[in-house]
Design a protein around this ligand. Structure first.
Ligand code: SF4
Length: 65
């Protein structure tokens, strides 16, 4: 599973980090970054990454299975 963020459009709201702190982070430019691009480390991270896709207000998170 691969997670991608369109950083240009990210508004830095922090929702993805709030719901999935092991996978997402906010960088110094107030843009979301993916901590682990391949979240093979556990189902919990995969589940919350999917929730982050849903919760992102401008839908800039993409998941490739
Ligand atoms: S939820 Fe979306 S807009 Fe908000 S910080 Fe995460 S990627 Fe950016």
């Amino acid at each position: 599973m691969k997670i991608k963020i369109n950083q240009e459009d990210c508004i830095g709201c922090g929702s993805c980090v709030a719901i999935c702190p092991d996978v997402f982070d906010i960088n110094q430019e107030n843009k979301a970054v993916v901590k682990n691009t391949n979240t093979d480390q556990g189902e919990t991270d995969q589940e919350c990454a999917k929730e982050a896709v849903e919760i992102c207000p401008i839908q800039v998170i993409e998941i490739e299975e």
